[in-house]
Design a protein around this ligand. Structure first.
Ligand code: NAD
Length: 698
């Protein structure tokens, strides 16, 4: 059968089997919806057909809406999903859903419109719409409570988590759970229905009689509202289910559509849908074809067992891959392996890992002092000290030992990857894999493409990222790649605010209320102020006069390195991480202002947010201009998954679109025009151009 026929109808005696076949997931796009309705009409009109089985085959039922249709007019072209479901539910001939694999979102709503449902035991049923800031908009909130009860329906709809067929066996949602061959079973079931062995029932006609429904809904309102702020969708899911309990079906359905439309227009849902498509888009490389043959990566080598090397080794071991971990000295190796073990033990204590899993993962990491042990690695990642001479030495040795075709990666944060590639005879095999700390936890991976990096090396690393459950974004070579290059501007903006009169707690507070997990000063205290201090000293030595003194230098000179020394921009009580404002810091800052001839002024919360976030946006625009990132949404992915940017804002670039680029440009021009303003406040030409043309980044 040709793949562009989205559904078919075959007759098995008196049963018509309507099979959806829209690869890859039977997404309920316009073509499939129209085909279902047309085939349903044909089956209903066919005098030989007495009952209908609706199936997606033995692999999948339907994963719901067609994401490729999102944001286009086709989503709302008739027949809409509610139209399709209404047609099925109203059918005079019984319709039996045969569910295998994923039956999610609109897929489950479609199944609930059928009069009977059979599922294979391993089928997965769920309504994940809330994860996109929405609610099920095709009757899901009205039919599910009627079929499985208020409490279970609410849990599924509010969490968005799918359940296994076995978990809902015995409810009216599933008439039967079968071991295999669900389509055969559904056909046999349909025959029973025809001969009158089964009562024909529509979900919409079921009355909810549950004395505990009201108290449970009240409990849910209180808890869900607080836990899901600032996202409106979870609480709206509760309200929609409450309508199912308290209002007639058609009224509940109408209100569900209304709430759906309101949520669809909310900035929070827009942000979540943006993230969803941005993460998918990030894995597509404009100039690397999707069918590029990949290199086989089974064995991994990691050089350096420090903070990053240890975490990277864990990330691969967690994904079931064997890792050789190399250090130069036994002591460093023992220390690194000890840290890995302690980290795994901590996970075990939290119940996230069993002893057997811990043993298995540790056993996958083989420590060594010998380069020869890396000879058969398919990928080697270097995470040694951030010094070009050390990288040079490591890559020279690696070149001598690594097998042909092995991918040679560097985890460098700031060094020139093209120079690193020049240390080997095979620069096409060199790539940057920039993990974030802790590398086994943080989802972000910047995949740094050197001038000579081969397309298949790039494609292989993007695929590998998925295996170790990272979201990967491709970055070009520049100082700081995408994330760190932007965060430097953000830090400078925060530093400027500090000098002009704001306190660390005021700046952190404003950005935390904006939604960031942690403000810049708390973040700096956590990361350690000494790292930036060392970098500034290094830069100053390389380019004299390039590093004007900053207040953080004075803090570091006083031994205030952040949390690890009990004091930084805040002070910390022993063993605690709560930042306590410290008058000693105020004194240092005030002295600094005096010495710089600055008269402090009062700074409002909005200005703090504007300066810090627009600094990110402006640098993001330059990163796009320079071709360091392929799309604005890639930048958002970096910021959301690596830097704690609030999800409900969708990333700095989407936020700028939301605010209006013209407004961003106007503010940047104002900041740039202030006396003594640094040159980078000048709005990036791309930003100005887009604003002038009334366009957006996304
Ligand atoms: P670290 O000091 O914790 O670890 C470096 C390790 O490399 C040490 O254990 C050291 O013994 C070992 N080492 C040094 N020279 C070696 C050599 N020639 N052969 C083998 N091992 C050697 O440093 P880190 O924080 O893990 O950083 C490592 C790399 O990762 C750096 O390039 C850094 O810029 C980068 N990075 C760090 C972070 C971070 O947050 N720490 C984040 C991203 C990238």
């Amino acid at each position: 059968m040709s793949t562009n026929i989205p559904a078919g109808l075959i007759k098995l005696g008196s049963i018509g089997v309507l099979k959806m076949s829209e690869p890859p997931v039977n997404g309920l796009g316009f073509a499939l919806r129209a085909a279902i309705v047309a085939l349903l009409d044909r089956a209903v009109a066919d005098p030989e057909i007495e009952a209908i089985v609706l199936s997606g085959g033995e692999q999948i039922f339907s994963a719901g809406a067609d994401v490729r249709e999102f944001g286009t007019a086709r989503t709302s072209s008739a027949p809409t999903l509610p139209d399709v479901i209404a047609a099925i539910e109203a059918s005079a001939k019984p319709v039996v859903a045969a569910i295998a694999g994923n039956c999610l979102g609109g897929g489950l709503e479609l199944a609930m419109g059928c009069h009977f449902r059979l599922a294979r035991r391993d089928a997965s049923l769920g309504l994940p719409e809330v994860k996109l800031g929405l609610l099920p908009g095709a009757g899901g909130t009205q039919r599910l409570p009627r079929l499985i009860g208020v409490e279970r329906a609410l849990n599924m709809i509010v969490s968005g988590q799918p359940v296994n067929a076995l978990a809902v066996a015995g409810t009216a949602l599933l008439d039967e759970v079968v071991e295999s061959d669900v389509v055969d079973a559904a056909v046999a079931f349909a025959r029973d229905v025809v001969v009158g062995k089964r009562a024909f029932r529509r979900a919409r006609d079921i009355a909810i009689v549950d004395p505990l429904a009201e108290p449970f809904l009240q409990f849910a309102r209180t808890n869900v509202g607080a836990a899901s702020s600032p996202f409106p969708a979870p609480l709206q899911c509760v309200e929609a289910v409450a309508n199912a309990v308290g209002k007639p079906f058609d009224e509940g359905l109408r209100l569900e559509r209304e709430i759906f439309a309101t949520l669809m227009a909310s900035p929070e849902s827009r942000a979540l849908r943006h993230i969803f498509s941005a993460e998918r888009a990030a894995s597509k490389l404009p100039d690397v074809p999707a069918d590029t043959p990949l290199r086989d990566v089974r064995r991994v080598g990691v050089i350096g067992a420090g903070t990053m090397g240890g975490g990277i080794a864990m990330a691969f071991a967690d994904a079931g891959m064997p890792v050789v971990l190399l250090e130069t000295k036994q002591e460093a190796l023992d220390r690194g392996v000890g840290t890995i073990r302690r980290n795994y033990e901590a996970s075990m204590k939290k119940g996230r890992l069993t002893q057997a899993q811990l043993d298995e993962r540790i056993a996958r990491i083989v420590p060594t002092l010998e380069y020869a042990a890396l000879a058969d690695a398919d990928l080697v990642i270097e995470a040694v000290f951030e010094e070009m001479s050390v990288k040079h030495d490591v890559f020279r040795r690696l070149d001598a030992i690594a097998k042909p075709g092995a991918i040679l990666a560097s985890n460098t944060s700031a060094l020139d990857l093209n120079r690193i590639a020049s240390f080997v005879q095979r620069p096409q095999d060199v790539i940057g894999l920039h993990f974030f700390s802790p590398a086994n936890v943080m989802r972000l991976l910047e995949v740094v493409r050197g001038e000579k990096t081969a397309p298949d090396v790039l494609a292989t690393c993007m695929a590998l990222a998925k295996r170790i459950r990272k979201v990967a974004v491709v970055a070009g070579v520049c100082d700081g790649f995408i994330g760190n290059r932007m965060v430097v501007r953000y830090g400078s903006a925060a530093g400027g605010l500090l000098m002009q009169g704001a306190s660390p707690q005021q700046i952190d507070g404003a950005l935390q209320r904006f939604g960031l997990a942690m403000g810049p000063f708390r973040m700096a205290d956590m990361a350690g102020l000494d790292i930036g201090w060392a970098a500034r000293k290094r830069h100053a030595a390389e380019v004299p006069g390039s590093q004007p003194r900053v207040a953080a230098d004075t803090l570091c000179e006083a031994g205030r390195f952040g949390q690890k020394t009990g004091a930084g921009w805040y002070r910390y009580e022993a063993g605690k991480r709560d930042p306590i404002p410290d008058p000693a810091v105020d004194a240092i800052v005030e002295q600094f202002r005096r010495e710089s001839g600055i008269t402090p002024r009062k700074i409002g919360e909005q200005e703090i947010v504007e300066r810090c976030v627009y600094a990110l946006v402006n640098e993001g625009a330059r990163i796009l201009e320079d071709g360091i990132a392929a799309r604005a949404s890639d930048i958002d992915v970096v910021y959301l998954s690596g830097y704690g940017f609030p999800r409900h804002r969708g990333g700095p670039m989407l936020y700028a679109d939301t605010v209006g680029l013209a407004n961003v440009v106007r503010a940047l021009k104002r900041f740039a025009a202030e006396p003594g303003a640094e040159a980078w406040w000048q709005p990036a030409p791309l930003l100005v151009k887009l604003a002038d043309e009334g366009r957006t980044f996304n």
